[in-house]
Ligand binder design. Sequence first.
Ligand code: RFL
Length: 407
Amino acid sequence: MTFASPHNGASDVRHSPVVIIGAGPAGLTVGNILRAASVDCVVLEIETREFIEQRPRAGVLEEWAVRGLEERGLAGNLLERAQRHTECEFRFGGQRYRFEYGELTGHHHWIYPQQLLVTDLVREYADVRGGDIRFGVRDVELHDLDTDRPSVSYTDPETGERVLIRCEFVAGCDGGRGVTRSVLTPDRAHISRYDYGIGWLALLAEAPPSNDCVVFGIHPNGFAGHMARSPEVTRYYLECPPGDDPENWSHERVWAELRERLGAAGAPPLAEGRLIEKRVLDMHSYVVEPMVFGRLFLAGDAAHLTAPIAAKGMNLALHDAFLLADAFLAHLGKGDSSGLSGYSAACLGRVWDYQEFSQWLSGIYHGASSGDPYRAGTTLARLRRLFGSPAAASTFAEQYLGKGANY
Ligand code: RFL
């Protein structure tokens, strides 16, 4: 991954201590923390600002993640506008089962659409903290990562010229489809993968939420989920075959299937609306170990993908970002490199815990529809235990809230 010339073929050569690739929650959080300490950095993003500020994805944030943003001056809008959730509801066998984890633990989730968080983080980074961010960049390449003089090059979208940035560190925050993970070839890192063999039709409906909390429908036809995003927009999920074509799911079919899978005695009727997003997600996960090669540090989905079964991905991206930015600051400011050398291990404890919880939860969501009576039986046993055993309930609540003590 290195050009032949001394400047790797670039006509424009610049310097910055840290180059951050990707302006998602991970990259923008790292950038903001560095800028608050007056450390220069450059964020490179392939999409436009308008695009990333409107890209709908996650919505569930854990308390510790919001506290981490707040401590770094990044949660002003979020704390004003996010909803607090303290309960979820399972529906199976035609009945509703309320799980009141707020009452059980005194803790809650925050609901704040990812695109609003990204909008807040971009504004704070670029407009308030004076951070350097380049949108629409092309052909990002990394060079000399195993030396103490790494660099990153890209094509400027306006001039078409190659630009080279010499730096000390590269933060690979370019998500599941970026370029930085490809540097971690099998001789440099191990990638563990898990394929659930399941698809989810991810939907956004222009409709108010139809329940006052998250709903998980466990049904022989397949899993269905209901999650508020805002008073006007609701996210729904429908289990479907992996690789299914979203066009197989007409408006009528989607709403009929949601009504069937989420139906339960006494449940409020579903408020229907126009479907503004309809895409099939194949449920799979991976973890890169270590999350580091030379001067490249991966964070967020670039390092580990968690299928959105347990709504953990954005939380993990923020966890990595807090640790990585603090480690950069300790190294650049005080010459203390212990944070950088311990970075990967410090992230991976929580990563693996959340992977395991997602897998466990997948067993509950997808057992009834597996076509296997044995799995359907164990799924019901898990659900009965969850609602019958205080010990099982508090273990579930701890994992659902991301509050395990020993990451
Ligand atoms: P992102 O958000 O993907 O940001 C990466 C950025 O990098 C850019 N990029 C590049 N830039 C420069 N050069 C390249 N070569 C580049 N390639 C890509 C991209 O344009 C992008 O702007 O990664 P990050 O920051 O690691 O954040 C991860 C989260 O986005 C992700 O984990 C969550 O969205 C996952 N997720 C959920 N997580 C939760 O914690 N709670 C949830 O409720 C939740 N719901 C979801 C989700 C993910 C979903 N999808 C779309 C898979 C619901 C869905 C439907």
